[in-house]
Design a protein around this ligand. Structure first.
Ligand SMILES: C[S@@+](CC[C@H](N)C(=O)[O-])C[C@H]1O[C@@H](n2cnc3c(N)ncnc32)[C@H](O)[C@@H]1O
Length: 316
């Protein structure tokens, strides 16, 4: 029997575009060193492919429901707006909406092009949203937050802003980032340092089981059998290094998090080659995706999984 690690490693050498088969190249050269993947060169492509249609609408609908319900409750019980961080934020739609709801939001991405797009959409909503932008790898963010805190402290001597900059976050969002990191497990240490004791983590990541299941349905058995192929990943938005659900769960347990909510994103939409019946009605698809996103066993087949977790057993 194969372990999830073996499965993950097998998948390291495989990939497929979610809607059409991509060009595969035999791996002839030794494995290159992995590095975090900036989306700078594919910002336009990402915006169009992921958020230009129903796929993106489903993703946002499930995340909005999960996160906004939780953040509203947390804000009510704390009696104040939340301090929220989005790492690897990309177009940052959810973070911008949270800022529009009155929360104080820090948005980070390694890619300047992605954050330029996010800034443009934030400006369309309101010029005065409480958003601070950081273009840097998340690994450099802690130092930048401290630097800004010291500057503000010096300039304004213990004003609200200085207090805000030093505070930990009530909610940290990391959506579709894990699978693009060279050392994904390391991000857990960052969360530990930046999350308030009562805080919540919103972790959304590509689900490698969806790769297997879609290829079973599409009859791409060669991809499931053969470990010697790798997608031409210059433009592909299917990650070559996804992390299995079991592995993420083991990290969360090791870091003493309690899972409070899990959902699947796109639990059936991507598996339907034939768009018939309700599939022709986008609103109906979103309604069904929302319904089944929280139901066993369907949610575990989602293209992405969303886990909300906290370090306090009795929180909310
Ligand atoms: C698949 S996109 C996800 C964007 C957004 N969170 C979403 O769910 O739509 C991954 C993002 O992670 C960013 N990224 C990759 N490595 C990073 C790092 N070390 N620190 C911060 N951002 C990073 C990429 O530039 C890209 O914008």
């Amino acid at each position: 029997m194969q372990t999830s690690r073996q499965n993950t490693e097998k998948r390291d050498n495989q990939s497929i575009d979610s809607t059409k088969q991509t060009t595969y190249q035999a791996v002839t050269q030794p494995k290159v060193t992995r590095s975090d993947r900036s989306f700078d060169a594919i910002a336009d492509h990402f915006e169009k492919k992921v958020y230009g249609g129903l796929k993106g609408e489903i993703r946002l609908a499930v995340l909005r429901r999960d996160i906004f319900e939780y953040s509203a409750q947390m804000s009510k019980s704390l009696g104040r707006p939340l301090r929220i961080l989005d790492v690897g934020a990309g177009l940052a739609q959810i973070a911008i909406e949270l800022a529009a709801q009155g929360h104080s939001v820090v948005i980070n991405d390694i890619s300047v092009n992605m954050l330029e797009k996010a800034k443009a959409s934030a400006a369309l909503i309101d010029e005065d949203l409480d958003i601070t932008w950081y273009v840097c790898p998340y690994q450099a963010l802690a130092d930048k937050l401290i630097e800004d805190n010291l500057t503000k402290d010096h300039e304004q001597k213990s004003t609200d802003n200085a207090v805000k900059a030093s505070a930990k976050f009530d909610l940290i969002m990391s959506h579709a980032l894990l699978e693009w990191l060279a050392e994904p497990a390391m991000v857990m240490d960052f969360f530990d340092r930046q999350l308030a004791d009562h805080g919540a983590l919103s972790l959304c990541f590509y689900n490698p089981a969806s790769f297997d299941y879609r290829n079973l349905i599409m009859g791409n058995f060669n991809l499931l059998d053969n470990t010697g192929y790798q997608a031409d990943n210059k433009k592909s938005l299917t990650p070559n290094h996804p992390v299995a659900k079991e592995e993420v769960e083991s990290w969360l347990a090791a870091h003493h998090y309690h899972i409070v909510r899990t959902s699947g994103l796109r639990v059936f939409h991507d598996y339907a080659p034939l768009k018939r019946g309700g599939h022709n009605d986008p609103d109906a698809v979103i309604r069904m995706e929302l319904r089944y996103s929280q139901q066993e066993p369907y949610k575990w087949l989602g293209r992405y999984l969303h886990i909300m977790a906290t370090r306090q057993a009795d929180s909310l």
